[in-house]
Design a protein around this ligand. Sequence first.
Ligand code: PEP
Ligand code: MG
Length: 598
Amino acid sequence: MLNLKGTGASPGIAIGPAQILESGKTKTVKRRILETDVQREQDRFIHAVSTAEAEISAILDDIPEELKEHSGVLKSHLMMLKDRMVFERTLKTIEADRINAEWALDKAVKHIHSLFAQVKDSYIRERMEDIEYVVKRVQALLSHSNEGLNLQELEEPCVIVAHELSPADTVQMFKQNVLAFVTVAGSRTSHTAILARALGIPAVVGLEHGIRHIMQDDLLIVDGLTGDILVSPDEQTLEKYQEKQQAYIRYRLEVIHNSSLPAETRDGYRVRIKANMELLDEIPSAISHGAEGVGLFRTEFLYLASKELPSEETLYSAYKEVIERLSPYPVTIRTLDIGGDKFVSSVSLDDEINPALGLRAIRLCLKEKGLFWDQLRAILRASAHGEVRMLFPLVSGRTEILQVKALLEQVKDELRDSNVPFDENMKLGIMIEVPSAVMMADILAREVDFFSIGTNDLIQYALAIDRVNESVSHMYQPLHPGVIRMIHSTVTAAHNAGILAAMCGEMAGEPMYAPILLGMGIDEFSMNAMVIPKVKRIIRRCIYDDCVRLVQRILDASSGSEIKYLLDEFLRANCPEEFEPADARYPEFAETGSPLLN
Ligand code: PEP
Ligand code: MG
């Protein structure tokens, strides 16, 4: 048995066999096939190889005369495609092991790798790179030629183990045979982790070198709370975790109890608690966990699900569904926020050195106006069916808001001209997630009806910590005085201008931060639905005036650890039973990512 340690990114305990996904753009999945499908699978492989051949030959033909002497590499690639060790071995493995072509090809390459490793001659060893090149090409063609080959085809419940997973990969896991996932890359605030929590899939990220010790089909225990991974556990450990798994299920049921009570402090100060949502499948969870509406609908996930751009009609009907099912509560729909760590296959973005600082979110929408136009029309049309608020991501200054509003007016004119109904008084808000927006929040507040603080990005940009880079994730500090002061001044600016201050970043859903956010005056908290009951419970234990006093003290603190200490002291005094002994019956389920009290 091996105990590996990563970062718990989505709570829950899963036990199942490992399914390794090879890194790189083409994810290879092992799939067993029926005897009757062997021929079809072999044909698929042969077809992919001949397409690769045709592609390489076409490149060869195009090489200008004066460069022909350099075409040797490509010719050798052509030969490798027909190499017995690659070609015939793959065909044989498909038949002998009854597995899919991708996996058989992978196996053949691993075999060649092991042979080459023993060769001393460096020239021969370097040829391995050529083989890898052609294999990648064939793998890409295979995955293309078989669009159905993806995570949805996993036959048995398993734990996905990968170097990294994109949000698009994670979307596919929902409702499939994925018990949990484990990755090297990522942090608690990467979109992949956010999505895992939203979908209730336990996850551990940042596993680093430990991942090498996990082999295909190894039995794994994944503890998404502590970040522990147990490889090939012994009987005793297995039993212990089976009990823990059951306890977690009981704990969730208990937490859900009373989730419809209002988020009101003991002295009667009331805030609204809403759900963040990525997919329509999350609607029942939002309702059952006591959400008072949707505070952040991350619409880009509607784009992740398909290879085609969704039409205005598709967007409209998705928005309408959320609005109608959440009625009478309001739904805040955020316009497309792609780029950064979210890519969708239907929108091609150039490779950027710094995508987080690149053409993402509102910047992209203001450039690709056609894309934005459909979004705006769909949201406006949906507003005829219930209370909708429109939210714009990654705003960095006033000019962007003015551009967006001008465009929105044009869309409204078009709808009016064709008598399409929409809410003329729909509220507009901006995400506050770029430091420049914080600094000029007083000016921006004059232009909109509400702010929603996106701490995930705000912390990333304020502390210069890439939110998806596991190497710096330990420096991602929500309680950093710089961050706390930014939140405080944003809320103050909003209230001075008479507009609402909401928060929809992950910080809003960390139960232990609730007293600080309350004391700062956050009016609406929006979070992953699963944590709503817990945050409500903490709020219901607090006295508002005490929270205000706590904030006064922490604003003077000079370090994150000092703030942590003050908060710790406050929680021990005000809601000890929530944290200490941490959830007495279920001490291990503090659900706070980085438990404050231990
Ligand atoms: C945020 O940045 O805090 C936020 C809510 O937006 P996202 O996580 O989608 O970037
Ligand atoms: Mg953001």
